[in-house]
Design a protein around this ligand. Structure first.
Ligand SMILES: [Zn+2]
Length: 84
């Protein structure tokens, strides 16, 4: 099998220059990769696991969120607001 046509392609992982490090997984970012640029300038791989580890979303039950939002939007006549 003749692989000459790959001789001038992208360098392999060992030789590719590391441009930056992912703010999500901490992994290396290489040329040719699709990445996300955050407001603060952080760079992330365009991968779900990197985005999730960067944003660390709080996972909750849907009904709990809805109940909390309802409670927050309800005008409180007493207004002590010291639940937490
Ligand atoms: Zn990453």
């Amino acid at each position: 099998m003749n692989l000459d046509r790959f001789a001038h392609g992208l360098p392999d992982d060992q030789e590719a220059p590391v441009l930056a490090y992912c703010a999500g997984c901490g992994g290396e970012i290489y040329p040719g990769e699709i990445i996300c640029q955050m407001d603060q300038g952080e760079l992330l791989h365009w991968e779900g696991r990197c985005l999730v580890s960067y944003f660390r979303p709080l996972t909750v039950w849907a009904e709990e969120v809805i109940e909390t939002q309802k409670r927050d939007q309800t005008p409180t006549s007493q207004g002590d607001g010291r639940d937490e």
